[in-house]
Design a protein. Structure first.
Length: 100
């Protein structure tokens, strides 16, 4: 299994279609606190196990970072752990904030 790339338009559609969508934000706590996508949760070493335990393998998961680069490796790792519907947000939070 591998992850897929998702653009802002696709994320907005997924947010409307899936009330259980999981958005994992990998940015540092200060950046997250300054602004984040609605319902996004911080994914880091301290929160990872709790978040993974609360997420089913069929859940839609979107990984967001600063610019859409580092989220790809996290999304790939999640797919390798058996999650079926993993996406990396193209352009990351920078793209999201520019359009919202």
């Amino acid at each position: 299994m591998t992850f897929r790339h998702l653009d802002i338009k696709g994320l907005k559609s997924l947010m409307q279609e899936d009330p259980d969508l999981r958005i994992f934000d990998t940015r540092d706590p200060g950046s997250y606190a300054a602004g984040h996508i609605t319902n996004a949760v911080t994914l880091n070493n301290d929160t990872m196990q709790q978040l993974l335990d609360a997420t089913t393998s069929e859940s839609n998961i979107v990984v967001c970072c600063y610019h859409g680069i580092s989220s790809q490796s996290v999304a790939n790792w999640l797919a390798e752990q058996g999650f079926d519907n993993v996406y990396s947000l193209i352009g990351g939070y920078a793209a999201w904030s520019a359009q919202n």
